[in-house]
Design a binder for this molecule. Structure first.
Ligand code: PGA
Length: 251
């Protein structure tokens, strides 16, 4: 059975003090909340150890926003999957569109990062999504299919551990949400691609999250779609109240 998951992506926001406070507030709110999903916060690497110290890991999962495609060595400034795992984190976002766009991450690198995450016991949250031009010229289904196919070199047992996040780039931080129908269509397209490669069982068990201007006001409608298994939340994850409003859309 696939899981419902709501994950926050804090991006390059919050100082350490602010981040620890936000994580504790979310943790407190989760104690009193009725929700029917796993909840994760993906935080800046500098915050991982401290956030891990203030959350109850039974209630709230912890992840990084990126990891290196290399094992270790002379890569100044990089953070390996082993380092991320050694902080206590259990998840890692891989291939966010901002990493693809601003840091030129390629499909080969993203496969290598995913392998690193898996080898170190981290659950990858693998992001895919088209830009506005591809939405408008009609190539979006093919674009997203080829992004997910970058992982099809994985063994079935490894692929089965991956969480997929569909984030149309035109909806990220823009206030423009994909309609629930657009999200459902793409999620079904992604699940069909996974089914062709790995079969019905793995495809049926893969959690596919939606991301892009997801808010308490639209989460319920998005999550009501059969192939939308939760959300990857940017802006609305930076306040405990709005993040909880999305978490509680799974009641
Ligand atoms: P947003 O970001 O919710 O601020 O649109 C989502 C994301 O980039 O993960």
């Amino acid at each position: 059975m696939r899981k419902n998951i709501v994950a926050g992506n804090w991006k390059m926001n919050t100082t350490l003090e602010e981040g620890v406070e936000l994580a504790s507030n979310i943790n407190e709110a989760l104690k009193a909340s009725k929700h029917n999903c796993d909840v994760v916060v993906c935080v800046p690497a500098t915050h991982l150890v401290s956030v891990n110290g203030v959350i109850d890991r039974e209630l709230l999962g912890l992840g990084a926003e990126n990891c290196s495609e290399h094992d270790k060595g002379a890569y100044t400034g990089e953070i390996s999957a082993a380092m991320v795992a050694s902080t206590g984190a259990g998840y890692c976002i891989i291939g966010h569109s901002e990493r693809r766009q601003y840091f030129g991450e390629t499909n080969e690198q993203l496969l290598a990062k995913t392998r690193q995450a898996l080898a170190n016991g981290l659950t990858p949250i693998f992001c895919v999504g088209e830009v506005l031009e591809q939405r408008e010229d009609g190539s979006f289904n093919q674009v997203v299919r080829s992004q997910i196919e970058a992982l099809f070199a994985l063994d079935p047992a490894d692929f089965a551990k991956v969480i997929v996040a569909y984030e149309p780039v035109w909806a990220i931080g823009t206030g423009k949400t994909a309609t629930a129908e657009q999200a459902q269509d793409m999620h079904a397209n992604i699940r069909a691609a996974i089914e062709e490669k790995y079969g019905k069982e793995i495809a049926g068990d893969t959690s596919i999250l939606y991301g892009g201007s997801c808010k308490p006001t639209n989460a319920r409608e998005l999550f009501s779609k059969p192939d939308v298994d939760g959300g990857l939340i940017g802006g609305a994850a930076l306040k405990a109240d709005s993040f909880m409003g999305i978490v509680e859309a799974f009641d």
